[in-house]
Write a protein that binds this ligand. Structure first.
Ligand SMILES: *[C@@H]1O[C@H](CO)[C@@H](O)[C@H](O)[C@H]1NC(C)=O
Ligand SMILES: *[C@@H]1O[C@H](CO)[C@@H](O)[C@H](O)[C@H]1NC(C)=O
Ligand SMILES: *[C@@H]1O[C@H](CO)[C@@H](O)[C@H](O)[C@H]1NC(C)=O
Ligand SMILES: *[C@@H]1O[C@H](CO)[C@@H](O)[C@H](O)[C@H]1NC(C)=O
Ligand SMILES: *[C@@H]1O[C@H](CO)[C@@H](O)[C@H](O)[C@H]1NC(C)=O
Ligand SMILES: *[C@@H]1O[C@H](CO)[C@@H](O)[C@H](O)[C@H]1NC(C)=O
Ligand SMILES: *[C@@H]1O[C@H](CO)[C@@H](O)[C@H](O)[C@H]1NC(C)=O
Ligand SMILES: *[C@@H]1O[C@H](CO)[C@@H](O)[C@H](O)[C@H]1NC(C)=O
Length: 817
């Protein structure tokens, strides 16, 4: 416990710093894509353009000269959700101007010259800003009672100085979140209870100054408290020149609900400050903030606040931006009791360059200390207090936007803070020395963003870190051993660097969130994401992505719900012709980018082609042609062997032809004609048999006198004639019957197993030997004859091969075009 009644003197350098904050949010209510947004600010417009696309969702025509919004000006924009027409000198809005815009959720017509508050038939309206106009009264139209979705309302007029009980009655049944009231001037009259006509409110911004009528201030604050308002912001509470004699804050001690008070853009005299704190100390207020104040010591001893007899609810004190009117260190002499339960202290934009040792470090209860945006450096923060046991409860320390430099020194000093969990050193002048950095194991979060550190920063981090922010630190390489170096790492922020590659085998199983946007990364590969099994958020936008197969996996297979910035911030960097195009619009060929898929796709295609070829082949009787070709090749090969035999033996006939009586028509009209017409001599069964001779002897004669024996096979032949040949072959076992001399022509298909078992020889021959099939197709007959003639030819003539080949090619091209 700290000793009570510890007189303090707090000094501060006289520098005036404050953060600029001018965010005009687009409101998540109307989130849309760029093509549905129209920003026509400062375009010299005199009316709302009529050629706007009717799918416009967001329209900003502020800072133009639009005096009136007429009947049909917005009628085409039926999807309009956000409309901003500020600083336009707007005087008139036609009653039916919004008749086709029932989807409007956000309407900002502040900073204009409206002399009446318009009726707004906008059932979806959520945010309405009517402030800084010229209506003479705050009386809201009755139609506002229909704005059941209204949540944020701003009203304020320089002309309206009276507030009546009935003014806010139309809002009686609406549950508002936030009301901004006033236009920076004093009110002349306020009927007690006027504000509390609103049903309920979480937050109020009061833009009214008070000097003459402090009772009005009192009544308004009490009214807000009555409708359960927790948070109140008082903007320009007192005018610059106003001598406040009485105590304007006396009602604070009666407050029940208000717990969060902010005083903004206000001149604060030390005498007023003392009155304020005396009352705050006794009130329900837990958090007080001073934003952009001018502090003036109008009392000779500065801020003097002795011990009070009450306990306080105050837990948080925020100061952001102080202008020291006197240009000297303020004098603060207060009881520590006032602050000894503070858990959150922000002292920012105060120009502090040296830590007031006896003040801030002595607040033993502090858990959050924000000293950002000052002029502190290593020695200004850790001066003589460093030997004391300081900040015993501190968990979060922000030293952002200061002048700290030596990281090893800071690490060593932070060890004294026994509970510290997070440290923000962003926007400083940090460097990494050769001294090793030793961090306390309980420090889990460190931000070093916006310091010029380079890749060596990784050597000065703690293995206990869970969250590391290294945005804009000049890093170009992510270390591969990140898992072994930071085994507990869950959040890693590396945006705004010059990293080109996410290492392929990056392994960080605990990492839940990775920010690598605004780097020089060209692709995100499956390999680099494999080791990040816990990843829930990946921000990788604003990188120059290669819109080629490198991005194929990321584009097609990566789970986009992990990407909060997808697809708007992912654009192509290369190839140049794609530059700037959204990655999501870049159509990468499935086939060209996926080797596995190629096989999967090409295989069926090849198969299809194969089948097509097979069908064509079949349709053209490819089998038949192949057989014919094969036969011919055999003939050609054997003709060499034959030569010896042919040299010594002379034949009476080229061929002996054996056939059934039933097939005689074919033999006589086709075969004999064709062959004899080509100069072959034939011994034709029956025709040339010697009458009266036993048939087998006739056969023997003919077979022996012929170079070849041709069997015209048909079912009839097999049934009626073949038995003779079986006998012949049986009897002439001794005679060398060269199988080669036997040629079979099939007039009709004869399946081998349909043959009678007794025709052993025929079965064997047909199985072993190729036979010629008589084709029904006219074209094929050419080939049949060529082949047959080649067989009967006693000498090899390559011309025949050529003829056959050409015939085949002519008749049936096997490969379809
Ligand atoms: C609308 O008309 C203005 C001129 O009146 C022109 O400058 C503008 O480009 C047009 N806009 C569209 C979207 O056609
Ligand atoms: C606007 O709404 C009216 C009916 O309220 C309709 O007749 C008209 O066509 C609408 N205009 C456009 C441009 O959609
Ligand atoms: C309306 O526009 C003004 C001027 O840009 C801006 O200051 C104000 O915050 C806007 N109102 C709301 C509710 O956003
Ligand atoms: C509110 O809306 C209802 C139905 O849309 C309508 O009948 C009524 O006139 C509206 N009230 C006012 C005050 O405009
Ligand atoms: C603050 O003090 C100055 C004199 O130092 C005085 O002119 C001014 O009116 C005072 N302001 C308030 C709000 O008390
Ligand atoms: C700070 O407050 C003064 C009035 O006290 C005001 O004129 C000025 O605009 C404010 N600055 C900012 C940045 O809000
Ligand atoms: C600080 O306040 C205490 C108690 O009110 C008083 O005794 C002491 O003299 C003051 N110190 C200074 C320097 O004003
Ligand atoms: C994508 O990630 C989200 C959130 O992590 C998860 O809910 C969803 O199931 C994932 N989808 C797929 C297809 O993996």
């Amino acid at each position: 416990m700290l000793t009570t009644n510890w007189p303090l003197e707090f000094t501060c350098l006289i520098v005036f710093l404050f953060k600029a904050h001018c965010e005009d949010g687009k409101f998540g209510l109307c989130s849309t894509s760029t093509e549905h947004e129209k920003d026509l600010c400062n375009s010299g417009l005199r009316r709302i353009p009529s050629n706007l696309s009717d799918d416009t969702v967001y329209l900003d025509v502020s800072h133009n000269d639009i005096v009136s919004i007429g009947h049909g000006d917005l009628s085409a924009l039926i999807h309009l959700c956000f409309l901003k027409v500020t600083h336009c000198g707007l005087q008139h809005i036609s009653p039916d101007a919004f008749s086709n815009n029932s989807e409007i959720k956000v309407l900002n017509i502040s900073h204009n010259h409206l002399t009446t508050i318009p009726n707004l038939p906008l059932p979806q309206l959520n945010v309405l800003d009517l402030s800084s106009n010229r209506y003479p009264s705050y009386a809201l139209p009755r139609s506002f009672g229909n704005l059941s979705h209204l949540s944020i309302l701003a009203v304020g007029s320089q002309e309206a100085t009276f507030v009546h009980l009935g003014d806010f009655v139309p809002l009686q049944n609406i549950i508002l979140k936030k009301v901004t009231f006033g236009s920076g001037i004093e009110l002349q009259h306020y009927e007690k209870g006027s504000i509390s006509q609103i049903k309920s409110l979480e937050e109020a911004v009061l833009k009214v100054t008070f000097c003459q009528h402090l009772d009005i201030f009192k009544n308004i604050i009490i009214d807000f408290d009555r409708i359960q308002t927790k948070k109140i912001q008082l903007v320009q509470l007192f005018p610059d020149q106003c001598n406040i004699k009485s105590d304007p804050f006396v009602m604070f001690k009666d407050l029940l609900v208000i717990s969060n008070l902010a005083i903004v853009d206000t001149w604060m005299n030390s005498s007023v400050m003392v009155k304020l704190f005396k009352n705050i100390w006794m009130s329900s207020i837990e958090k007080i903030a001073f934003l952009n104040i001018t502090y003036n010591e109008d009392t000779p001893d500065g801020f003097q606040l002795p011990k009070q007899k009450h306990t306080t609810h105050l837990r948080a004190f925020l100061l952001d931006g102080v202008h020291h009117y006197q240009y000297r260190y303020p004098i603060i002499n207060t009881s520590m009791e006032l602050v000894n339960q503070l858990t959150y202290l922000k002292f920012s934009g105060s120009g502090m360059n040296i830590l007031p040792c006896s003040l801030i470090p002595s607040i033993g209860s502090l858990q959050i200390l924000d000293l950002s945006n000052n002029l502190l450096d290593d020695s200004g923060f850790w001066w003589y207090c460093s030997s004391q046991k300081v900040f015993p409860a501190l968990k979060h320390l922000s030293l952002s936007h200061n002048r700290f430099s030596d990281l090893a020194f800071i690490a060593k000093k932070v060890e004294d803070m026994k509970l510290i969990e997070s440290l923000d050193l962003s926007f400083n002048s940090i460097f990494i020395s050769n001294v090793p950095c030793v961090w306390p194991y309980h420090l889990r979060e460190l931000s070093l963003s916006h310091n010029n550190l380079g890749n060596k920063v990784f050597s000065c981090l703690s293995p206990y870190f869970r969250k590391i922010d290294l945005s804009k630190t000049g890093i170009s390489v992510i270390p591969q051993n990140i898992a072994s170096q930071f085994p507990r790492l869950t959040h890693l922020v590396l945006n705004f660097n010059s990293i080109q590659v996410i290492p392929a085998d990056l392994y960080a199983p605990a990492l839940a969130s990775l920010y690598i946007d605004h780097n020089a990364i060209t692709f995100i590969s499956q390999n680099s994401m494999k080791g990040l099994s816990s990843l829930r958020t990946l921000k990788a936008g604003h990188n120059p992505f290669s819109c080629n197969c490198d991005s194929f996996w990321f584009l097609n297979a990566f789970n986009k719900s992990l990407l909060p910035d997808w697809p708007r911030e992912y654009a192509c960097g290369t190839p140049p012709s794609f530059s700037g195009r959204l990655l999501v619009k870049c159509k990468l060929g499935w086939l060209s980018c996926q080797p596995g898929l190629q096989v999967a796709v090409v295989l069926p295609i090849l198969l299809t082609i194969g089948i097509a070829v097979a069908i064509t082949f079949n349709a053209c009787d490819g089998v038949w042609y192949t057989k014919m070709f094969w036969m011919w090749i055999r003939v050609k090969r054997r003709s060499y062997k034959r030569d010896d035999r042919l040299l010594n033996v002379t034949f009476r006939y080229h061929a002996f032809i054996s056939y059934s009586q039933h097939d005689s028509a074919w033999v006589e009209s086709k075969l004999v004609q064709e062959l004899e017409g080509s100069g072959f001599s034939l011994c034709v069964h029956e025709r040339d048999f010697e009458p009266g001779k036993w048939i087998v002897d006739n056969i023997i004669n003919c077979v022996e006198g012929s170079y070849k024996t041709l069997f015209i096979l048909s079912k009839n032949f097999v049934e009626s004639q073949w038995c003779n040949y079986e006998l012949f072959f049986a009897q002439h076992r001794a005679i060398s019957v060269n199988d080669d001399s036997l040629v079979f022509i099939l007039l009709e298909p004869i399946p081998g197993d349909s043959l009678p078992k007794k025709f052993l020889k025929l079965r064997t021959l047909l199985r072993r030997k190729t036979y010629l099939e008589w084709p029904t197709d006219e074209h094929k007959k050419h080939i049949f004859w060529s082949n047959l003639k080649a067989i009967l030819q006693t000498v090899d003539e390559s011309k025949i091969l050529k003829d056959v080949a050409m015939d085949i090619a002519d008749i049936c091209p096997l490969v379809p075009e």
